[in-house]
Design a protein around this ligand. Structure first.
Ligand SMILES: Cc1ncc(COP(=O)(O)O)c(C=O)c1O
Length: 363
């Protein structure tokens, strides 16, 4: 690989070659033949009725417990409009997904970070914070977290919902990577442990393609109706056209084989990342996830991610700014490495350049 080729370890996007183009073409034709009027007309803001029914059956809930949207992130925005007033406190993990932090702040929330450990949020710190604040919600990404790659252990999930019950805390569980598990066994969702106080979100962005913009929230029907009213007042109804095509693709039984294809594509990329880190930067502490899109590094003592980013840029390696993931500062030695959209050769060369950037930042 030429040293002049730029390598981007920046955004957590799926690989272009993962998109099921031929299947979506067939699904679009079939969907329009079967369902054109519903797909092309306005309708309820909660989503295309037949899609809601399919998703409800898939998730084991009632259709009124499903709210679809144009991706899952916008559902967070609608939830904020429905629930958050300026000055309200929102807890997130620290680090957490930077765009979600931005949305909470846009609504005037005081975002407080609960330190994230390798096996989920630090529950002692959470309990202490719950003694000091009454948050509107705790935003949690329990599976293959963005940006760290950490997965919350089963024991912590059970303890977390107990704490949530004790303190009457609403949990917003964001799980877009959950189905991309390359090894090991899944832990229960927070929603399955505490359906009465959890809003669970997932998305087809990472499973089909970002372009289908189909995300969903499941939970209490009355709360979803309130959030759905904000959606109605914003866009009347979500993108039924893409949602109708995705429904046809789902009904054709494409989801499970697609997940199998994604695992076969991405697992070797994760392994290449881990092997290259062991080879080139053995003294950096890395998360070792069993799935998802990300792993993260804590750089060696005395080496800042800002200095490494600057050195890496000179070596044609782009790295994301890690500071934005920390709602209250910290993260000076944190780097997120999204590996799914890079080939194993690019990953090996990218991490070799990263090691060189770390060496330069050290000296
Ligand atoms: C944790 C998390 N939530 C939500 C999203 C956005 O998903 P969507 O495309 O469904 O809006 C992402 C995308 O990177 C993400 O990492």
């Amino acid at each position: 690989m030429a040293a002049t080729e730029t390598i981007n370890f920046t955004r957590g996007v799926p690989a272009n070659e993962s998109f099921p183009v031929a299947e979506l073409t067939a699904a679009a034709n079939a969907a329009l033949a079967a369902n054109a009027e519903a797909m092309l007309q306005y309708g309820p803001s909660a989503g295309l009725a037949s899609l809601r029914v399919w998703l409800a059956e898939w998730q084991g809930v009632k259709p009124e417990q499903v709210l679809t949207g144009n991706g899952s992130l916008e559902l967070v925005e609608f939830l904020c409009t429905a629930l958050i007033k300026p000055g309200d406190v929102v807890f997130t993990e620290s680090p957490s997904y930077d765009r979600a932090i931005t949305l909470f702040r846009r609504h005037g929330a005081n975002v407080i970070g609960v330190p994230l450990q390798h096996d989920g949020p630090d529950l002692a710190a959470l309990e202490k914070l719950l003694g000091q604040h009454k948050p509107k919600l705790f935003y949690v990404i329990p599976d293959f977290q963005n940006p760290s790659g950490a997965t919350c252990s089963g024991d912590k999930r059970r303890a977390l919902v107990e704490l949530a019950r004790k303190h009457d805390l609403l949990l917003l569980e964001d799980a877009p990577y959950r189905m991309l598990r390359y090894r090991g066994t899944p832990e229960p969702t927070l929603f399955s442990l505490a359906p009465e106080r959890t809003l669970h979100m997932t998305s087809f962005t990472k499973l089909v393609a970002p372009g289908v913009r189909l995300g969903l929230m499941i939970g209490d029907a009355a709360m979803l109706a309130k959030i759905g009213k904000v959606a109605e007042d914003t866009y009347i109804s979500p993108g039924y056209f893409a949602h109708g095509v995705t429904l046809e693709w789902l009904k054709a039984g494409r989801l499970d084989p697609q997940i199998g294809k994604l695992k076969a594509l991405y697992a070797p990329r994760l392994d290449a990342c881990l092997a290259a880190l062991d080879k080139y930067i053995p003294d950096a502490v890395a998360t070792r996830p069993d799935g998802g899109f990300f792993l993260s590094l804590t750089l060696p003592e005395g080496v800042s991610s800002t200095a490494v980013r600057a050195a890496a840029a000179q070596l044609n390696l782009n790295l994301a700014d890690g500071l934005a993931f920390f709602p209250q500062g910290g993260g000076e030695r944190f780097l997120r490495l999204p590996f799914c959209a890079l080939t194993t050769a690019q990953i090996d060369e990218g991490i070799r350049r990263l090691a060189e950037g770390v060496r330069q930042a050290r000296s």
